[in-house]
Write a protein that binds this ligand. Structure first.
Ligand code: ADP
Length: 588
């Protein structure tokens, strides 16, 4: 009973009767040598072999789970993704889910391990939440290897004249500009102390301790290598992207890449195992592919293209997830991920909660780790109705992509009948499918209404089409997203952003670069305080980053930290090992 037991206890109970990974893989239709078991209950899928063997098999239906503008508590996209496959399975559908791998930062910080919750979670919870099959470690290492290549090169170029440099290294001088080194280091925890650092401090005046300069750490989920892992279609595409990562610029303003440093091949080797999607199961035994885990705000925030391609060959309905609200996660799914993968969704689920709608109706946002304030614990139909302006805008965004949305009301114990009825009525008036789902409380049995609505939507032909053409100049693409998706009146570019965009527009491959907007997830606008459906505002783009390997132009609207901090009540304080049973306790 999830109202009485924490997630980790529910997981431990379900783990007593879970399938071995061999059984899971056989049920999924994998051949023996397409599975690499990692212990008894986890495995990796040899995706190249599967895609080759099933190249001619038609894909299953493709469903994306997105949400309304969330509160800091999360509205249950991962939980709904898991609940939906459990519900579809109860209806006899062969189904799979793809989710992102949890990041150590949130798992040990505030938000938990994103394995779903209640009776809609995936297992085995402990190894999934901690280290898993080592992918994040591999991504962190590949990222840092690039930085080792760069910083050692800078030291050698400083220490040697041209003749000696050429003789010792066999490489031409790269003339890296220490003031234009964009890439920092990566680690998988939230460490504010490493946000701004000085490296290469010369001990005792020695010149072998590196090149002294300003640097920084980002959390691995924000690393470009993580983005690349989620966007690569296959191994040749991964290899190509790894060679194009821009670490810095030279003194003439030209990019210095991983290929220039001749480190791209080694990064590929380091990442080979991590390129294979991981296989685990829901607590009701459906297959879940877990692969990559990029941030939703700075990167794409999507489960990987490789995992989706593999799963679509193996199931009749595959459910994937995109981060944050639909204006961020679904917009990037629609206009970047699907462009790069060539796939098209058959349905999109918008997760809505009474608590987020109350927030949009005017209640102060609830905060993690603190008791819910009063408007969230008593019935207030008026607040919910007022907040539905936000839901209606998200319905409009999904419709704009040519797909008809299914609104999922993710039921919480504090919801009242009248509040639910109000959301249903407003969705029905807007002509949108709506389902109340109690997967958190009841597992698959609680998600039947949602499963039926999703199957219904999948059987309806849709007109999925991109919002803009990639041949359009970047500024125009950004304007289109701001006006048509965010509901802005237009865009203000800072002179820095304009300059950066102009430089990028001059690249010969400009038409092959996607737009990955950086914006707060707490509002449809660029101001986190504006709830509901803000109008009469303009988007402020203050900078524009470039991820050459991922192939992304990244306009920055607002302040986004690539290295979150750890607060005063972190989750790690509750985590321990029960020495008697050898089980980890306290994860969620
Ligand atoms: P998201 O993927 O949207 O960030 P999650 O699925 O991770 O959200 O859910 C956020 C948190 O809320 C998790 O701790 C999850 O267990 C909890 N949660 C989700 N749905 C419910 C529900 N219906 N009732 C109670 N708790 C829920």
């Amino acid at each position: 009973d999830p109202t009485k037991h924490p997630d980790w206890q529910i997981a431990q109970d379900a783990e007593k009767s879970m399938k071995t990974v061999e059984t899971l893989a056989a049920e999924l239709g994998l051949e023996k040598d397409e599975l690499l078991p990692y212990g008894h209950y986890m495995g990796k899928i040899e995706q190249q072999a599967v895609l080759r063997r099933l190249a001619d098999r038609p894909n299953g239906k493709y469903v994306d789970v997105t949400a309304i503008t969330p509160t800091p508590l999360g509205e249950g996209k991962s939980t709904t993704t898991i609940g939906l496959v459990q519900g579809l399975s109860k209806r006899g559908v062969k189904t799979t889910a793809a989710i992102r791998q949890p990041s150590g930062g949130p798992t040990m910080g505030m938000k938990g391990s994103a394995a779903g919750g209640g009776l809609a979670q995936c297992i085995p919870l402990t190894p999934y939440s901690l280290n898993f099959t080592g992918d994040i470690h591999a991504i962190t290492s590949a990222h840092n290897l690039a930085m080792v290549a760069l910083t050692s090169r800078m030291q050698h170029e400083r220490n040697y004249d041209d003749e000696k440099l050429e003789r010792l290294s066999g490489m031409r001088r790269l003339n890296i500009d220490p003031t234009r080194v964009g890439m920092g280091w990566a680690m998988d925890f939230c460490c504010q102390a490493l946000r701004n650092i000085i490296i290469g401090i010369e001990g005792d005046g020695r010149r072998n301790d590196g090149f002294m300069m300003r640097s920084h750490f980002d959390i691995t989920a924000a690393s470009e290598i993580m983005s690349i892992m989620s966007l690569a279609r296959d191994l040749p595409d991964l290899r190509k992207r790894l060679s194009r990562v821009v670490l810095a610029f030279d003194r003439a303003g030209n990019p210095v890449t991983t290929a220039d440093l001749e480190v791209d091949g080694a990064m590929m080797a380091w990442l080979l195992e991590a390129s294979k999607p991981n296989l685990i199961q829901t607590i009701e035994g459906q297959p879940v592919l877990v692969h990559a885990g990029p941030f939703g705000n700075i990167a794409l925030g999507q489960s990987s293209i490789i995992a989706d391609r593999v799963a679509l060959k193996l199931s009749d309905i595959h459910v994937t997830e995109s981060g944050f609200g639909s204006e961020i996660g679904y917009e990037k799914f629609w206009n970047v991920k699907c462009h790069m993968s060539g796939l098209k969704p058959d349905a999109a689920v918008i997760v809505a909660t009474v608590r987020a709608l109350k927030n949009h109706g005017g209640a102060q946002p609830p905060m993690p780790g603190r008791p819910l304030p009063e408007p969230y614990t008593r019935e207030d139909v008026g607040l919910v109705e007022a907040g539905c302006v936000n839901l209606l805008r998200h319905i409009g965004i999904v419709r704009r992509s040519g797909v008809s949305p299914v609104v999922c009301i993710n039921a919480f114990a504090t919801d009242s009948k009248n509040e639910i009825a109000a959301i249903r009525r407003i969705c029905e008036e807007a002509g949108a499918r709506v389902a109340l789902s109690e997967h958190w409380l009841k597992g698959g049995d609680g998600a039947l209404e949602l499963a039926d609505a999703v199957m219904d939507a999948c059987n309806e032909p849709n007109n999925f089409a991109p919002l803009y053409d990639w041949s359009m100049p970047f500024e125009q693409r950004i304007e289109t997203i701001a006006r048509e998706v965010y509901g802005a009146d237009g865009v203000e570019f800072s002179s820095l952003a304009r300059q950066r965009i102009k430089e990028l527009q001059a690249r010969p491959d400009a038409e092959e670069l996607g737009i990955c907007m950086v914006k707060t997830q707490y509002s449809l606008s660029d101001n986190p305080a504006l709830k509901g459906a803000p109008t009469g505002w303009r988007l402020h783009v203050r900078d524009c980053l470039f991820y050459g390997g991922a192939g992304l132009v990244v306009p920055v609207a607002g302040d986004i930290s690539l290295m979150p901090g750890t607060g005063s009540r972190p989750a790690f304080r509750n985590v321990d090992v029960d020495l008697e049973s050898g089980q980890v306790t306290g994860l969620f």
